[in-house]
Design a protein around this ligand. Structure first.
Ligand code: PRP
Ligand code: URA
Length: 207
């Protein structure tokens, strides 16, 4: 299932993120802010448990997050740009890393690194990557996690192409996708149009 998070603050900041005139410093800050805002929606269904808290006046019945623990798993490089924004809200989440780049010829994901928390099978996992283009990288990241026992997985992106959503849902129908926008299409190089360009290059100023 695809959840489009259309909150005005997110849409406003996404417009600046897309802007070709936004440089790496502002791009990084905006991606970080949008990741924080999106984290509200992505964590909406976290289970709560009742706890009793002593206030200065009386005992209060309160609610706190219970259940399984969380792991954030950015896909390198560009996913890194969204990690700190989520950690601001969930500072005790563990962070795994999956290194993957898209081969420019075949467009297939090439895996070069993987490091996960050892108890990944017991955690709710949020995979983070700003771009879902063909969907190959995100689908391969989910394969990697499922092979290591993860069963509760969500995918969080800034922008998705319809083609990538179809491909990803075909491979992993059990994984919900959270995006700020679904764009028009992929171009002949499988870049998202209108998109924001190359997310990694824009974050790190490598172009
Ligand atoms: C980008 C992006 C995704 C992938 C999306 O990474 O961050 O990981 O492309 O494309 P796909 O849906 O067609 O697989 P890229 O391969 O440019 O690597 P980088 O972040 O290291 O630059
Ligand atoms: N990767 C990006 O960074 N941008 C796209 O539009 C497609 C893949």
């Amino acid at each position: 299932m695809v959840h489009v998070i259309d909150h005005p603050l997110i849409q406003h900041k996404l417009a600046y993120i897309r802007d070709v005139n936004t440089g790496p410093k502002e791009f990084r800050e905006l991606v970080d802010e949008v990741a924080t805002l999106m984290a509200y929606e992505v964590t909406r269904n976290m289970p709560l448990e009742e706890v009793i808290i002593q206030t200065p006046l009386a005992k209060a019945k309160c609610k706190m997050i219970s259940g399984k623990k969380l792991a954030l798993v950015p896909i390198l490089r560009a996913g890194l740009g969204m990690v700190d924004g989520i950690l601001k809200l969930i500072p005790h989440a563990r962070v795994g890393h999956i290194g993957m780049y898209r081969d420019p010829e075949s467009l297939k994901p090439v895996s070069y690194y993987g490091k996960l928390p050892p108890d990944i099978q017991e955690r709710d996992v949020i995979i983070i990557d700003p771009m879902l283009a063909t969907g190959g990288s995100a689908a391969a990241a989910v394969d990697f996690l499922k092979e290591r026992g993860a069963t509760s997985i969500k995918l969080m992106c800034l922008i998705a192409a319809p083609e990538g959503i179809r491909f990803f849902e075909g491979r992993h129908p059990d994984v919900d996708i959270y995006v700020a926008a679904v764009d028009e299409k992929l171009n002949e190089h499988s870049y998202i149009v209108p998109g924001l360009g190359d997310a990694g290059d824009r974050l790190f100023g490598t172009k």
